[in-house]
Design a protein around this ligand. Structure first.
Ligand code: PXP
Length: 244
C-alpha cells in the first residue's frame, strides 16, 4: 500500500501573505484526512516563512493522522522535535535564500554529525527520515548512520519533465529507480517527494520499493480550482493506478 503524505506548508504561505488567521493549516489537514491522506507533513523552517510554532502545536494537539515534521538539523529544531515527539522527523537541508528545499542532504559528508543528531530523536521514538538525492554514497551513508527512512528528492525529475527535457528526465528517473532499489536492499524504508504533480506522479508511484509520497505545492495550487479534497482524491487515484 503506497501512502500519501500531504504537505500543508503552502496553506500557511497564503495565510502569512496577509497576516490573517486564514486559511488555517489545521483545517487543511482535517480536509486532507477526510480525503484519504495517510499523514500530514509540515516544514518548520528556521525563518518561519510558512509553518509557525503555533501550527505545529495545533497539529500535534488536534490531528489524528501521523505528523511528519520536516526540519533542518539544528539544535533549535532538535529541541522542538524532542518536545513534540512527532511520528516522523524528516531532515532536510535549508538555506535562507532558497525558494524551496533545493537539494538533498549531504549525509556522506556529515555522517558523524548526523548520527549524533538523530540518536536522541530515535530514542524518543521518532522515525527519522533523511531527504537525499539518489546517489549511492548518500543512500549507503543513511543506512550506516541508522536512519529508518530515506526520502528520495524528485525535484530534478519533475523540473526536467516540465521543461520538456525528456532524455535527461528519463536518466533522472533511472537514477531514482536504482536508488529506491539500493535503499530497500539496505533495509531502509523508501519515500519520495518534491515537485510531484498529476503528470509526474505515475512513474514514481510505480516504483515498488516506495512506501510513501509527500506532496504539497501542487495539491495546494490545484485546490484553488477544485478544492483540496478533490485534488487529493485525484492524486490518490493516479498513485493507485500507477501502482496497479
Ligand atoms: N518532501 C520534502 C522533504 C520537502 O522538503 C518538500 C517540500 O517542502 C516536499 C516533499 C513536498 O514538495 P512539494 O511541495 O513540491 O510537493
Amino acid at each position: 500500500m503506497l501512502r500519501l503524505g500531504v504537505n500543508i506548508d503552502h496553506v500557511a504561505t497564503i495565510r502569512n501573505a496577509r497576516g490573517t488567521p486564514w486559511p488555517d493549516p489545521l483545517r487543511a489537514a482535517r480536509i486532507a484526512e477526510a480525503a484519504g491522506a495517510d499523514g500530514i507533513t509540515a516544514h518548520l523552517r528556521e525563518d518561519r516563512r510558512h509553518i509557525s510554532d503555533a501550527d505545529i502545536d495545533a497539529l500535534m494537539e488536534h490531528l489524528d493522522l501521523p505528523l511528519n515534521l520536516e526540519m533542518a538539523a539544528t539544535a533549535e529544531m532538535q529541541r522542538i522535535a524532542l518536545r513534540h515527539r512527532p511520528h516522523a522527523v524528516c531532515l532536510v537541508p535549508e538555506k535562507r535564500e532558497e525558494r524551496t528545499t533545493e537539494g538533498g542532504l549531504d549525509v556522506a559528508g556529515n555522517d558523524s554529525m548526523l548520527a549524533d543528531f538523530i540518536a536522541p530523536l530515535r530514542e524518543a521514538g521518532c522515525r527519522v527520515s533523511l531527504f537525499i538525492g539518489h546517489e549511492p554514497a548518500q543512500i549507503k551513508a543513511a543506512a550506516r548512520i541508522g536512519a529508518a527512512v530515506v526520502e528520495l528528492h524528485t525535484g530534478a525529475y519533475c523540473d526536467l519533465d516540465t521543461e520538456g527535457r525528456i532524455a535527461e528526465r528519463d536518466a533522472e528517473l533511472a537514477g531514482l529507480t536504482e536508488g529506491a532499489q539500493l535503499a530497500a536492499e539496505l533495509g531502509l524504508e523508501v519515500h519520495a517527494g518534491h515537485g510531484l504533480t498529476f503528470d509526474t506522479v505515475g512513474p514514481i508511484a510505480a516504483l515498488p520499493q516506495i512506501a510513501e509520497l509527500n506532496i504539497g505545492h501542487f495539491l495546494i495550487a490545484e485546490s484553488v480550482f477544485t478544492g483540496l479534497g478533490d485534488a487529493i482524491r485525484e492524486m490518490r487515484r493516479r498513485m493507485e493506478e500507477a501502482r496497479a
